[in-house]
Ligand binder design. Structure first.
Ligand SMILES: NC(=O)c1ccc[n+]([C@@H]2O[C@H](COP(=O)([O-])OP(=O)(O)OC[C@H]3O[C@@H](n4cnc5c(N)ncnc54)[C@H](OP(=O)(O)O)[C@@H]3O)[C@@H](O)[C@H]2O)c1
Length: 297
């Protein structure tokens, strides 16, 4: 049985947006794409997308408008100002970037005022998972609305409904603080043994065979051992954005934020040392410094 997909617009074909848009095309979703830096969206034209000249042009005849933009200021600039906001009546906006729960609720209110419907659907996973249609998609919003766009969102990977708008955004931040804390803890351990002249194999092998292990450590290990943080899946600058959102959301819930404050300082130091565009595993540079010239990021 073939599914007839609604017409969709995809705004933001950056690192993660590009392979996500590819999955929609592969599944036969009629798609218009737009990216601020036009060259990043252009190759999708060869794969069947209509490459729009502006965000307003992209949403012109779309029933579903998918956003994969950096942050809430970008969403305000692209979606919540004229002429785009004026074209949202009757359309479903699906916001898939990582933003705060309050920001997502504000976006929902603005879209609904304009006569549109809003769903948040942040994702866990990165470029390899987007290429393999294995992103974990977490939806926040009305279940009926999710049912309307389910065939489109299912192109990205397994999908689950979390709760009302804000719930999936909060869950995504809870997951991203785990990404930051686990990577920081492991990179600190590696740096400690290296600084003391202990062979790193002992650290690596003991952690791997213990209950302390996470598969994410092995994925980043080649980067840490080679101090090569180039060609990022998820850059340091975006992890800092997320850690700040986590910190503010935790503080808003009356939770301790010391760990998140410390993570933010390490990431700020990493950016100060020239690795803001590097893969987030470059947070090791904020822990141990640049160690001469042997770092690529
Ligand atoms: N990469 C990952 O592994 C990953 C995983 C899960 C979630 N996320 C989240 O997904 C979102 C996108 O991440 P990404 O990795 O794809 O980042 P990215 O490569 O930096 O892409 C960001 C996108 O937002 C656009 N943008 C930013 N500011 C804009 C503005 N003021 N006006 C118009 N467009 C603007 C960029 O356009 P330009 O190309 O013109 O700069 C680009 O299309 C972020 O919220 C991120 O936290 C990423």
């Amino acid at each position: 049985m073939t599914t007839t997909h609604p017409k969709a617009a995809f705004l933001g074909t950056g690192l993660l947006g590009f392979p996500m848009a590819e999955r929609l095309l592969e599944n036969g979703v009629p798609l218009a794409v737009w990216n601020r830096t036009a060259a990043k969206a252009a190759p999708l034209g060869e794969r069947g997308a209509r490459v729009a000249e502006s965000a307003a042009d992209a949403v012109r005849d779309a029933e579903v408008v998918i956003l994969m933009l950096t942050d809430f200021p970008a969403i305000r600039e692209v979606l919540l100002t004229q002429p785009v906001i004026g074209r949202l009546s009757g359309r479903v906006v699906v916001q898939m970037g990582t933003i705060a729960p309050d920001e997502s609720r504000e976006a929902a209110a603005r879209v609904e005022e304009a006569g549109g419907a809003y769903l948040e659907a942040p994702v866990l996973g990165s470029i390899p998972q987007a290429r393999a249609a294995e992103l974990m998609v977490m939806a926040g919003g009305e279940p009926d609305l999710l049912d309307r766009v389910r065939p489109v969102l299912a192109c990205f990977g397994p999908l689950r409904h979390i709760g009302p708008v804000g719930a999936a955004a909060a869950l995504k931040l809870a997951l991203n603080q785990l990404i930051a804390t686990l990577a920081t803890a492991y990179a600190t351990g590696l740096a400690m043994v290296r600084a003391r002249g202990v062979p790193v194999e002992h650290f690596i092998e003991i952690v791997r065979s213990s209950a302390l292990h996470s598969p994410s450590f092995d994925r980043k290990l080649p980067r840490w051992l080679g101090r090569d943080y180039s060609d990022p899946n998820f850059p340091v600058k975006h992890l800092l954005k997320d850690v700040r959102l986590c910190r503010d959301t935790a503080a808003g819930g009356g939770l301790a934020t010391e760990v998140l404050d410390g993570l933010a300082r390490i990431l700020e130091r990493t950016i100060g040392l020239g690795c803001g565009e590097g893969d987030y595993s470059a947070l090791a540079v904020g822990i141990e410094g640049r160690r001469g010239e042997d770092v690529s990021c």
